[in-house]
Design a protein around this ligand. Structure first.
Ligand code: UDP
Length: 239
């Protein structure tokens, strides 16, 4: 099998829940190690990996707000949660001898580097995994938007959104047996049909900058590497 990667640089988005394993909350070290190994395989075949991890396994601004907290405070807590996930992921990567850096959109001297686009590109070029944490640094945004923003900024060729389902469906496949999976989708279809690929802010951003997004199931072992060598898992969203 030809292992020459299809992409030179990617932006991978993992939801916070992707780190929580069975229990649905917190960080499961076993899951973390598996993710780290999958990411390491990409580095091994020469792919430059930028990573954005969500924070939903710890805190979400919206849920905190529904429970009575101020929304902006909740979003700040959510962004801090993404930094914790990023630290855990860096730890797992380093334990597997995969060089990695964490950058934060919010300055956090002594813990992680402040995000700087040019440094990020330099690290990526060196082959370091760069974890972009603290989302966009602003409340009312999501880490999907952060992933699209950073992907565009560092000139990744694709944003890969890892989920628990096989791609984007016309309806919820868990409740509607007639739901069909899209192999390919335009930005406008995603917006018009409100398919919930990502939040609308994120879809508009990738549409305006023509950044392809692939939604795929990361629970399938080897899915990431397969995508790098020509596999077509999941749903590709393009112009
Ligand atoms: N968040 C934010 N601004 C951002 C990114 C994230 O305020 O640019 C907050 C928001 O409260 C969000 C939380 O961080 O709910 C965790 O991110 P997200 O919900 O996107 O995580 P995921 O669902 O991917 O685990």
């Amino acid at each position: 099998k030809d292992s020459h990667p299809r992409y030179k640089r990617i932006l991978l988005k993992l939801s916070g829940e992707a780190l929580s394993g069975e229990q649905g909350f917190g960080i499961d070290p076993k899951v973390l190690d598996r993710m780290a190994l999958e990411i390491g395989q990409l580095v091994g075949i020469g792919v430059q990996v930028g990573l954005v991890i969500g924070g939903g396994n710890l805190f979400r601004g919206k849920s905190l707000h529904e429970a009575g907290l101020d929304r902006v405070t909740g979003d700040h807590m959510g962004m801090l949660a993404t930094v914790m996930n990023a630290l855990a992921m860096r730890d797992a990567l380093e334990r597997s001898n995969i060089r990695s850096r964490v950058m934060s959109a919010i300055p956090m001297s002594g813990i992680v580097e402040h995000y700087d686009r040019r440094s990020a590109i330099r690290y990526l070029t060196q082959g370091d995994v760069v974890i972009f944490s603290a989302g966009t640094g602003n409340p009312f945004f999501t880490t999907d938007s952060a992933a699209c923003l950073r992907g565009i900024e560092v000139e990744a060729e694709v944003v890969l959104k890892a989920t628990n389902v096989d791609g984007v469906y016309s309806d919820d496949p868990r409740t509607n047996p007639d739901a069909v999976k899209y192999d390919r989708l335009t930005y406008n279809e995603a917006l018009e049909k409100q398919l919930g690929v990502m939040d609308l802010t994120a879809v508009c951003l990738v549409r305006d900058h023509n950044m392809p997004v692939r939604v795929f199931n990361m629970n399938k072992p080897g899915a990431l590497v397969s995508l790098m060598v020509g596999g077509n898992e999941g749903t590709l969203m393009v112009e």
